[in-house]
Design a protein around this ligand. Structure first.
Ligand code: S3P
Length: 436
């Protein structure tokens, strides 16, 4: 499917964004291995999260869907999962492929996990190496680097491990394996990644210790079933935030968004660039901070972003690049090599596609340099099958003169199925024509 986008002068109104993707995956997996029932509200019914949901059902977990966003999971405890009768197909979901093996490696049955062409290209040695140190018997294609992953299932022992790249997926995988292992498992990160797993484990009464950048769990500690309310996904909100900042006649409020400090690097950097954004009605729900975010049209100044900030906005770099095209001055992004191994090579994709829209952008090995104050011109762009590229290019298309076509936009369903509907609800102008 292709999207044809027209220029829009502003977004106005109050909206909600769908549930957080990272938290939805974790609620399913932790709810499955909990003791007792877990009631999830605000679940994200996107293609990626449904991959995790179907896996848990294939592993023998009973899940009742009260509505598309409300579920009840009958927890089976740490060792109550059953061998799946088929290969577990995770589609495009890197989060499932990297976290679920932590649970499966310590079971007493085998599993095989596979995914789509994009997922089969992504590095998996980052979980296989440390899981093997814990005693896991597993292997993967391409010299143990890529899915499919095969897991035999056997007893694990706790380890202390320092992750070479900051990754919440690796950290979460090892912490969940740690619950099934003997002794204590500790994960140390050089730069702290998102901490939803730690917060949810704490909320579900698991024996967990957090000291600075190190997190430890005690083997045998079982999560207790809980009622988990999931906030709106800040990563989905970020497309609307940048759109409202950049479009001249905008004023929007996004309600009930997760503002976990490990996720809102984009918000803080936009404030530094001069954006007119307010965080209202802050509150804590189920161990996560929530707020309403008010955004008005603003003028931005260029910045340099690097180092410890990168993991806090890693998923927002495609839309941040769009913001940088309208800032005054030259914006530099460094230390973001991880973008090369996301759903597509996002550094390559950001540079090639924004160039097509008339942006003066230079590619770096670990980032990019954007010369701002660009007048964008509509063109045909590729999403490379990457949901965040497709949405970032849609916003760029809404700023461009003429029309912009985004090829292969169906992938948006991976994280934000209501993206088009939400944008349309914020303007009376014609934005998207998807009649083709
Ligand atoms: C995620 C962690 C991040 C992020 C991904 C979701 C998670 O990946 O890019 O979209 O839910 O743990 P890494 O752990 O590879 O940094």
């Amino acid at each position: 499917m292709d999207l044809t986008i027209s220029k829009v002068s502003g977004l106005n109104g109050t909206v909600k964004v769908p549930g957080d993707k990272s938290i939805s995956h974790r609620a399913l997996m932790l709810g499955a291995i909990a003791e007792g029932e877990t009631h999830i509200l605000g679940f994200l019914p996107s293609v990626d999260c449904l991959s995790t949901l179907n896996c848990m059902i294939s592993l023998g977990v009973e899940i009742r869907r009260l509505s598309s966003t409300e579920l009840i999971i009958k927890g089976v405890g740490l060792r109550g999962l059953k061998e799946a009768k088929k290969v577990l197909d995770l589609g495009n979901s890197g989060t499932t492929m990297r976290i679920l093996p932590g649970i499966l490696a310590g079971q007493n049955f085998p599993s095989i996990l596979t995914g789509d062409d994009s997922l089969k290209k992504r590095p998996m040695d980052r979980i296989i190496k440390p899981l093997r140190l814990m005693g896991a018997d597993m292997g993967a294609g391409d010299k143990d680097r890529r899915a499919p992953i095969t897991i035999v299932g056997r007893p694990l022992k706790g380890i202390s491990y320092e992750t070479p790249v900051p990754s919440a997926q690796v950290k979460s995988c090892l912490l969940l394996a740690g619950l099934l292992a003997s002794g204590k498992t500790c994960v140390l990160e050089k730069t702290k990644s998102r901490d939803h797993t730690e917060r949810m484990l704490e909320f579900m009464d698991v024996d967990i210790e957090i000291a600075g950048k190190e997190v430890c769990v005690q083997g045998g500690s079982v999560p207790k079933g809980a009622k988990i309310e999931i906030p709106g996904d800040f990563s989905s909100a970020s497309f609307l935030i940048v759109a409202a900042v950049l479009m001249k006649h905008s004023k929007i409020i996004i309600k009930d968004v997760g503002i976990n400090p490990s996720r809102i690097g984009l918000l803080n950097i936009l404030l530094k660039m001069g954006a007119n954004i307010e965080v209202l009605n802050e509150r804590m729900i189920c161990g996560e901070p929530w707020a309403d975010i008010s955004v008005k049209s603003s003028k931005l100044k260029a910045v340099t972003i690097e180092g410890e900030l990168i993991p806090k906005l890693v998923d927002e770099l495609p839309i941040f690049a769009v913001a940088a095209t309208q800032a005054e001055g030259t914006t530099i992004v460094k230390d973001a090599k991880e973008l090369r191994v996301k759903e597509t090579d996002r550094i390559g994709a950001i540079c090639s596609e924004l160039k097509k829209l008339g942006v003066n952008i230079e590619e770096l090995e670990d980032g990019f340099v954007v010369h701002g104050s660009s007048r964008l011109k509509g063109n045909t762009c590729s999403s490379f099958g990457d949901h965040r590229m497709a949405m970032a290019l849609t916003i760029a298309g809404m700023l461009a003169e003429g029309t912009t076509t985004i090829k292969d936009s169906k992938c948006i369903e991976v994280s934000f199925p209501a993206f088009e509907y939400t944008l349309k609800s914020l303007t009376k102008e014609k934005i998207i024509d998807n009649s083709n």
